[in-house]
Design a protein around this ligand. Structure first.
Ligand code: PEP
Length: 249
């Protein structure tokens, strides 16, 4: 059985006091929830305070991005060891906003995934097609290309410790959600590809989150799909009520 993993991507939202308040509210509301994994991904500058606020809660904390190098002349960037030293354990890689707003390539996501494993962080790798790609019937080809490229040269053990978030670009922040069947169909494509790249055991145990306008109202139907193993949530993760509502799907 795959343990569901529900993660909140706070993006470039919340200042220090708002972030700590949200983290403290989640700690209180979610005390005793152990049947699924929960994570929050605040802005990097807030990581140490959010880690502090969540100590003892079981809620994991991660960064939204990282550089693939350990250190150096990369003004404005943060490294894996910096994220770890802030007390965080996870990192989101290749989010669609990183790919499509900041121009991150499949190759760069692959370098970052290798670096996350090297520096002992648990990665969530995001993949997903744009609207025009779905309309041109290219969803499977795009997602397969992104997964193959991200996992290029990655051996079984680190691959197994990775999570994929399928996030159709047209559903992120738009209020337009993939239907449960559309989400599951792509999750099956990803799982079959993982079985080809690695083996059935890895593929069957591998967690694939769905992301794209997940709300308390659609969480139950999405989670009822056999290959949906949790969510990566943007907007609805910014309030205790809506994030907890999703977690209590
Ligand atoms: C996201 O940022 O990964 C996301 C899915 O955002 P939203 O839930 O707001 O669509």
């Amino acid at each position: 059985m795959r343990k569901p993993f529900i993660a909140g991507n706070w993006k470039m939202n919340l200042d220090l006091s708002e972030a700590v308040k949200l983290a403290s509210g989640l700690k209180e509301e979610l005390a005793g929830v152990t049947d699924l994994d929960i994570g929050v991904f605040p802005s990097a500058i807030l990581l140490p305070d959010v880690v502090d606020a969540l100590t003892g809660s079981g809620i994991v904390v991660g960064a939204q991005n990282m550089h693939n190098e350990e250190k150096g002349a990369f003004t404005g960037e943060i490294s894996g060891p910096m994220i770890k030293s802030a007390g965080a354990t996870h990192v989101i890689l290749g989010h669609s906003e990183r790919r499509h707003v900041f121009g991150e390539s499949d190759e760069l996501v692959n370098l970052k995934l290798k670096a996350a494993h090297k520096f002992g962080l648990s990665p969530i790798v995001c993949v997903g097609e744009k609207l025009e790609e779905r309309e041109a019937d290219r969803t499977a080809a795009i997602v397969e290309r992104q997964v193959k490229a991200a996992f290029d040269g990655i051996s079984r053990e680190p691959a197994e410790a990775t999570v994929i978030a399928y996030e159709p670009v047209w559903a992120i922040g738009t209020g337009r959600t993939a239907t449960p069947e559309q989400a599951n169909e792509v999750h099956v494509i990803i799982r079959r590809l993982l079985a080809r790249l690695y083996d059935d055991e890895l593929a069957n145990g591998f967690r694939i989150q769905y992301g794209g306008s997940v709300k308390p109202e659609n969480a139950t139907a999405l989670m009822a799909q056999p290959d949906v193993d949790g969510f990566l949530v943007g907007g609805a993760s910014l309030k205790v009520d809506s994030f907890v509502g999703i977690i209590r799907y």
